[in-house]
Write a protein that binds this ligand. Structure first.
Ligand code: PGA
Length: 257
């Protein structure tokens, strides 16, 4: 059965009491949302993963995620959080290579490959983020292909490795700008064909490709109808449970299209 994914990236937002308030409201609204065929996930700051998980209920079908993971397994790496630590906190997925990590922390695709390895070793599902900057827009396909090829050995390592790709044009993140449907469709098609050449068609078909960048309740339905868009990675619009779950309704409505 087809699935649509709706993953929230809270970034460095929501303090302890806001997480509690969010969870309460989220659960209230969630009870009226049909989630058949929809996978929801929320990535708070790592500090609140366990708290969010316990608020949502240990058996909740909603995934909890981390926004980053160390490329190292353990040791003297001040400030880092290891994949094993995230796994033991009950984390289901982890963002790797988000553009804000690449931009503000100089993260390269080579480092991302190590992060992907650590995630896989610890049973975390990585969401590998790729996308071009504004001045690269003319050759976006080359940029995303390069970002995929740089981590190919991690992605193709073992057949049981399960991961998600998030295509997020850097210029669309947090700006209110969104590429045209045709641009998104064409980029997702390129990502799919790169995955097929790396993994073969059967494994490639199982990899969800999400779109991210100023997705919100007003444009979600249209975005989710684009071929090869298997879901959305949502920043700003995920900070309000109402709007995030409104998007979940659209995800459900478009699941079998
Ligand atoms: P945005 O962020 O939805 O606020 O544009 C998306 C992201 O950074 O993943």
């Amino acid at each position: 059965m087809k699935r649509k994914y709706l993953l929230a990236n809270w970034k460095m937002n929501l303090d302890r009491s806001a997480v509690d308030a969010y969870s309460e409201k989220f659960l209230n609204v969630l009870s009226s949302v049909d989630l058949e065929g929809v996978q929801l996930g929320i990535a708070p700051t790592s500090l609140w993963i366990e708290r969010l998980k316990s608020k949502l209920g240990q058996d909740s079908s909603v995934w909890t995620g981390a926004q980053d993971v160390s490329s190292q397994s353990s040791g003297a790496y001040t400030g880092e959080v290891s994949a094993a630590m995230l796994a033991s906190a009950g984390t289901d997925f982890v963002l790797v290579g988000h553009s804000e990590r690449r931009q503000w922390h100089g993260e390269s695709s080579v480092e991302c490959a190590d992060k992907l390895e650590r995630a896989f070793e610890n049973g975390l599902r990585p969401v590998y983020c790729i996308g071009e900057k504004l001045d690269e827009r003319e050759h976006a396909s080359g940029v995303v292909s390069e970002q995929l090829h740089a981590v190919a050995s991690a992605l193709t390592g073992y057949s049981e490795r399960t991961f998600i790709i998030a295509y997020e044009p850097v210029w669309a993140i947090g700006t209110g700008l969104v590429p045209t449907n045709a641009e998104i469709e064409s980029l997702h098609k390129i990502v799919r064909s790169e995955l097929t050449s790396m993994l073969g068609s059967e494994r490639s078909a199982a990899v969800p490709i999400l779109y991210g960048g100023s997705a919100n309740a007003a444009n979600a339905c249209e975005l989710l109808k684009i071929p090869n868009v298997d879901g959305l990675l949502v920043g700003g619009a995920s900070l309000k449970p109402d709007s995030f779950l409104e998007m979940a309704r659209y995800a459900q409505a478009t699941v079998s299209l």
